[in-house]
Design a protein around this ligand. Sequence first.
Ligand code: HBZ
Length: 836
Amino acid sequence: PGVKPGTAVLDAAQAGPADSGITVEQFKQDYRNKVERMYGDGLERVSDLDKYNALVSLVRDYLAEPWLNTKEKYRRTGAKQVYYFSIEFLLGRLLGSNLYNLGLNEVCQQALSELGLDLRTLRQVEEDPGLGNGGLGRLAACYLDSMASLGLPGHGMGMRYRYGLFEQRIVDGYQREYADDWLMDGFYWDVRKPAEAVEVRFGGNVRIKSNGKTQYIHEGYETVLAVPYDVPVVGYRNGMVNTLRLWSAEARLSEVVCAPQGGSDCQKAVEYSQTVEELSNILYPDDSTYEGKALRLKQQYFLVSAGLQSIIRNYRENNGHLREFPHKIAIHINDTHPVLCIPELLRILLDEEQLTWEEAWNITVQTMSYTNHTILPEALETWPEDLFRTVLPRLYLIVRDINEYYCRSLWEAYPGDWDRISRMAIISYNRIHMAHLAIVGCHSVNGVAELHTDILKNKIMKEFCDFSPAKFNNKTNGVTQRRWVSLCNPALAQLITDTIGPRWVEHPQELAQLERHSADTAFQHHLLKVKLQNKVALAKYVKEKHGITLDVNSIFDSQVKRIHAYKRQTLNVLHIMALYNRLKENPLLDIEPHTFIFGGKAAVNYHIAKNTIKLINSLADLVNNDKSIRDKIKVVFLENYNVSLAELIIPATDVSEQIPTASYEASGTGNMKFMMNGAVTIGTLDGANIEIKQAVGEDNIIVFGLTAEEVLAYYRGGGYNPWEVYQDNERLRQVVDQLINGFFPAAGDLFRGHFDSLLHQGDHFFVLKDFASYEAAHQVLDERYKDRPVWLKMCSANIAHSGRFSSDRTFAEYATDIWHIRPDTLPFSASEKQIR
Ligand code: HBZ
């Protein structure tokens, strides 16, 4: 408790020249003044939190001018604007990345050090803004960085949740959830814009007025005030600052009359404000099963309606008729959560602009595009028609009209094929299918890795793809090398820059030049040193936080991600148990010492996943306290995995565990971060792992297990028989039995659920089926590691070929193919980059 993941320090040379024009002297003076003006006290007497806040405030002052200039430039040039709507943005700490992108890092570090302060300590004060669950939210944050750094006029629209995803604590091996009160000490990066607040309407009813033309009058609704908070998104040294607009729900209490002596009306007012604010209070946890909560639907509409109103208001100030809208605005929806953008834009065009249906529909479709992130059927959103009608009566009528319009076109294409039409309809069996609405209402539908897009096109969305094939396309995910190398692994960044020059930060494809150095002894030696240094930093954290001593000369093997059956943390556990058994049988067994690192949150109601955490911790207790195996293996579960902890774990990792059941992980993005930092992947042929293999070549990745095709073929045939595998493999049988036979002395029957799902419930995720091949893959890995030059060549190859997994590449593709913005036509210097 109390120990927070630290932050790495950028080397002065790595930070490059201070092109901000601010000198160290100036910075020192500005900073002192800032502290004094904010706190009425001297630098020597204020707390670390005050120092941090003053620093943020100063950085914000520095970025005010480029922010203003960027907005001005957009107005002047009339450049097409992209709005990325996402219910989550998992930003991570911002001080380091903003200083870095502003080119102010070196100056700040120097200035603070001359004042006797340490930038690293102040960066550590910052709370992680926990505005997301995992991959989907972090992807949105990487994209913001790339859009600004590429000079793209692209902004985020999101929610300002009062409480983020829960804080995870491990108590007696179990996960316990605590409120993530990330705003407790304030958030100094955003600017509240009360003058730009808008009203969002819920409930009530719709009266149809007909005098020549039909009019829809929405009456008796409740109003919620949506107040925007703008967060600057700084581009990498290009003078650009885009905006992430986060919406917060507020009540206008002044409109609720209080009785003179307080009393019941005042109480009502307070209660009312509480129900209103509920809307942006909590981030829904992703349990990968969709839960039809009315509050969630309201949240989604709240974001969509507020976001669209502010876009249209801004558009009207600078442009003419909304007919031109798709030429000036692109709206991208991150999964189906913001899909109400489609009926809401239609509503505005129909009811407020009085356009015809055809006109309004064409504008909407041309404006909207959609990314799908999952094929898990239980995660696809559908809403009961009744609930939808009650909460959003006008939108309900519009969705019905879209459905009718669409079904009519289906009828023309497939006359008489009622079955197909009902499968493809937006409304069927009293439910509204949000993915269908998204496919119909967007001009582009993309998956997030090649395999995932293929599965969408040929399986999950096949009928839609047959009907409108041109919409479907792939955009393989990417991550920003600025946060995921430069900031989190400055020593590696320095080594890369020393070896191939600094251009890779903006042109990640140039990392390929490292290939020439991958067998070079001096380079390998440095690489090893960097990894060791990062392992020492992680080991220090683990010691302080968990009291566990790690052997920094062991293989650091990490699986950090949400805990989920399909991600198969259990497979990892069974393999470690087998390894432990082998060591117990033969304490002299010649294996490389291993440190197995786990981290990740389980959704609050996902009991089996929560038990997996207890299983990992039980194994850790057993293994770490068994002297007989002489520290050959260690297991640690790191509490409260978040962006900051990832920044510490990823650079220190040798082996990246990416072992989902093939076909389930749409893409994965952790896999990309690990490879960029020179870890070798052990993985299944799933999601982006397949493309990582193509990029690095089969010698530089270790793959195992069933392919997606094989998995899907088993499902078609009704599954497989885990008993046969269990009977045939003695080592496997032993570890499966150990789940329930007292091997974990204190666990009792706790892991019976795991045991049953593997043996008695058909092992849906093929854990037993893939076990032998996973074990063999680990043996190959150990062999390679033993031959250090070979291993280091593999690490280098991973770094060298990671350029393709930069979100800069992904976003250049979105810009050209989906939003029809050619980065090279933009009026900013950064647009000259060759990004494809
Ligand atoms: O999106 C993830 C995918 O599982 C992963 O494979 C992919 O790399 C990543 C980015 O494309 N999906 C999520 O992270 N999904 C969620 O976090 C989620 C959040 C709220 C929900 C449902 C899912 O209501």
